[in-house]
Design a protein around this ligand. Structure first.
Ligand SMILES: [Zn+2]
Ligand SMILES: [Zn+2]
Length: 346
């Protein structure tokens, strides 16, 4: 007779996966998922700074995420890197670990953990709408689903990407002499905005702030065709009249942006749906383009994964916890260390 039949109490998921000051810890695997500090063994959902940290002794992630981490952390010579492609799985300690697309940025994954017949999915950051730079989110049925809550209020409804890009192209047609300066986050948003412009038929040169060069090259090396792109710093005599220029939000207000002719400041972020935030950022042309799920995508995802338990983290936990409970899901907020949104990442 096994201990399981002697003890019919079902396994409490919080007994084997729980928050600690260093991050979400999986005890029978002895690893952390997206730890807030350097640890001995980390599983990393994606390359954004609030999830991927430098200095781990070993890191397991998709090959794309590891490439992004090497790009950001000087090649990580002291980290033993364990690439696990989408769909693959590996045993870590007593836990089966697999990675499934999260649809957030290149390489982004949900971490699927299986232990003693129980399955927990740590979704990291995700969205549900198509993104030409990464494979779409795949719902995985599970016992516990850990979800982000960046835009977890019913007021958050992200409009269609094509419509937002259309606003930018219409402005360009209306003001063909002016530079359109678009603030974007370097990892993910930049490359997605370029692809959305291409999908809308814009095949002109797209100019980039120098700090975007290496991540754009990394995307191109992973098969994401960005078309004709060039660095602003290489173009000494260019006037940039009527050009689209992408830069970090922080560069829009500094000296760097003074070289442009009568620029129209735009910004692509999920936060642009909040007028005060757009004004505060000086975005005359706010573009609501987000790499996170909006309210309807979040609530749809809870239905799709069908988990009886949901742990909510990373944003506005209360509203989503309340909603989940109202549809019969056992839900609670999970307070994780080190989950402040990076500037413009949304
Ligand atoms: Zn992210
Ligand atoms: Zn995040």
């Amino acid at each position: 007779m096994t201990t399981d039949t002697l003890n019919p109490t079902p396994l409490n998921p919080r007994a084997w996966l729980y928050p600690t000051p260093r991050g979400l810890y999986c005890e029978p695997g002895d690893f952390y998922v997206d730890p807030a500090v350097a640890v001995a063994r980390a599983v990393v959902t994606h390359g954004h700074g609030d999830h991927a940290r430098p200095g781990h002794r070993s890191a397991l992630a998709t090959p794309e995420t590891l490439a992004i981490m090497r790009n950001r952390f000087q090649d990580m010579p002291d980290t033993s890197q364990q690439p696990l492609p989408y769909g693959g799985s590996v045993k870590v300690g007593e836990v089966e670990v697999s990675l499934v697309p999260a649809g957030h940025i290149l390489g982004s994954a949900q971490v699927v953990l299986e232990y003693r017949g129980q399955r927990i999915v740590v979704s990291g950051d995700y969205k549900r709408r198509p993104d030409p730079t990464c494979p779409p989110f795949e719902p995985v049925p599970c016992d516990v689903f850990i979800t982000e809550a960046t835009f977890a209020l019913p007021v958050f409804h992200h409009p269609s990407d094509a419509g937002e890009i259309g606003k930018l192209l219409r402005s360009l047609a209306t003001f063909p002499e002016r530079t359109h300066l678009v603030g974007v986050y370097a990892l993910g948003k930049c490359q997605r905005v370029i692809k959305l412009l291409r999908a809308a038929g814009y095949d002109g040169r797209i100019w980039l702030h120098g700090s975007f060069a290496s991540l754009c090259k990394l995307y191109q090396d992973h098969g994401v065709d960005l078309g004709d792109i060039a660095l602003v710093s290489d173009a000494v005599l260019e006037t940039f009249k009527g050009a689209i220029v992408l830069c970090p939000p922080s560069a829009m207000a500094d000296r760097w942006s003074r070289r442009f002719f009568d620029p129209i400041p735009a910004m692509a972020s999920g936060w642009m749906s909040i007028r005060a935030r757009a004004r505060q950022r000086g975005a005359e042309l706010p573009l609501i383009i987000s790499d996170h799920a909006d309210w309807s995508e979040l609530t749809q995802t809870l239905k799709d994964v069908g988990a009886p338990k949901v742990w909510v983290t990373h944003g506005r936990e209360e509203a989503l916890v309340h909603h989940a409970r109202s549809i019969g899901i056992e839900a609670e907020a999970l307070h994780l260390a080190g989950r402040e949104e990076e500037e413009g990442e949304a």
